[in-house]
Design a protein around this ligand. Structure first.
Ligand SMILES: NC(=O)c1ccc[n+]([C@@H]2O[C@H](COP(=O)([O-])OP(=O)(O)OC[C@H]3O[C@@H](n4cnc5c(N)ncnc54)[C@H](OP(=O)(O)O)[C@@H]3O)[C@@H](O)[C@H]2O)c1
Length: 286
């Protein structure tokens, strides 16, 4: 199959491209400056002669998006509109990566969010990503929307690396314990994208996260434990005690029923996947 990956230099993009190349797939990769997805002519110039196009590009600066929602909208929604139209014209399947931040459920919600639950984003980033989903649903023909969350990987700045650095500098860390989600490894998500395409998954929305749930405090405890430190060094705080420019969802745990319904195995439990990922992701911190 002929693949195009856009946003190929990002944290997910790099792991996806590496995996596809290892599998011997024909892959063309684009990122800025070779492509500017917010310019239709640029999308048309690059996105051609492909069977599958994967959009790993996004405006991912959650706090900055509050200050410049227009810029975030341009990348997270307008660019998806262009990709949807061009992929339809060239007959390519478009795999678009979206986010759990389209949801903001109460922290004590007992069940994960289903693929067709009504979204209600807490902030600008989530709003713009949701607009991207709808652009694709309205204009796309052959597409998969894969929502992921709390991504970490060896090839990007991510939460575990930040916490590993801080754990080396301080005796005690304080981390919010009232936001619930699913830490997810970029390699696992790349593999899921591959398996969905291989399975010829029906058009629609899928949830590409690890199973189970935790909060940032729980995840940080797992991170410091992997480094041989005492998890008791991590103290819980509330979101109210640790204000950030952008609101974050209190609960955005995603369910995987639709994957199971089509016979595609979801990514495993987040704790198990973190153990497998640690040596690679935290290689610089041991
Ligand atoms: N990271 C997470 O925790 C997380 C959670 C949920 C969902 N997601 C979603 O997962 C996907 C991958 O995230 P990631 O963390 O791998 O992203 P990332 O590391 O921020 O990479 C995004 C890439 O997109 C490129 N890009 C931005 N604007 C562009 C434009 N106009 N034209 C072309 N390329 C452009 C960026 O280039 P520049 O470096 O030049 O900006 C960057 O290389 C995104 O859809 C994101 O919304 C991520």
């Amino acid at each position: 199959m002929r693949w195009i990956v856009v946003g190929a230099n990002g944290m997910l993009g790099q792991d996806l491209v590496e995996m596809l190349e290892k599998k011997g797939e024909e892959v063309r990769t684009y990122d800025r400056p070779e492509i500017d997805l917010t310019v239709e002519a640029s999308v048309r110039e690059r996105v051609k002669d492909a069977d599958v196009v994967v959009n790993c590009a996004a405006y991912t600066a959650v706090d900055a998006a509050e200050e410049d929602e227009r810029a975030a909208f341009n990348v997270n929604a307008t660019a998806v509109e262009y990709l949807a139209v061009v992929c339809r014209e060239i007959g390519a399947r478009l795999v678009h990566i979206s986010t759990d931040y389209i949801f903001d459920e109460p922290a004590d919600r007992p069940t994960p969010c289903a693929e067709d639950d009504l979204p209600a984003p807490a902030g600008a980033y989530g709003r713009t990503k949701l607009a991207g989903e709808w652009a694709l649903r309205a204009l796309g023909e052959d597409y998969l929307i894969v929502r992921t969350a709390w991504l970490y990987g060896a090839k990007g700045n991510c939460f575990p690396k930040t916490m590993a650095r801080l754990a080396g500098e301080h005796d005690r860390l304080t981390v919010v314990a009232d936001q619930f989600g699913q830490p997810t490894w970029t390699r696992d998500l790349a593999d899921l994208v591959w398996r969905l395409v291989e399975a010829k998954a029906p058009v629609g929305i899928y949830h590409g996260t690890s199973e189970g749930k935790t909060n940032w405090h729980g995840f940080t405890q797992a991170i410091v434990r992997s480094l041989g430190k005492d998890p008791k060094m991590v103290a819980p705080v509330t979101t109210a005690e640790f204000p950030r420019p952008a609101p974050r969802p209190a609960f955005s745990v995603l369910g995987h029923d639709r994957l199971r319904a089509i016979g595609v195995e979801p990514i495993g439990a987040w704790e198990e996947r973190w153990e497998v990922a640690t040596p690679e992701v935290l290689a610089d911190y041991f």
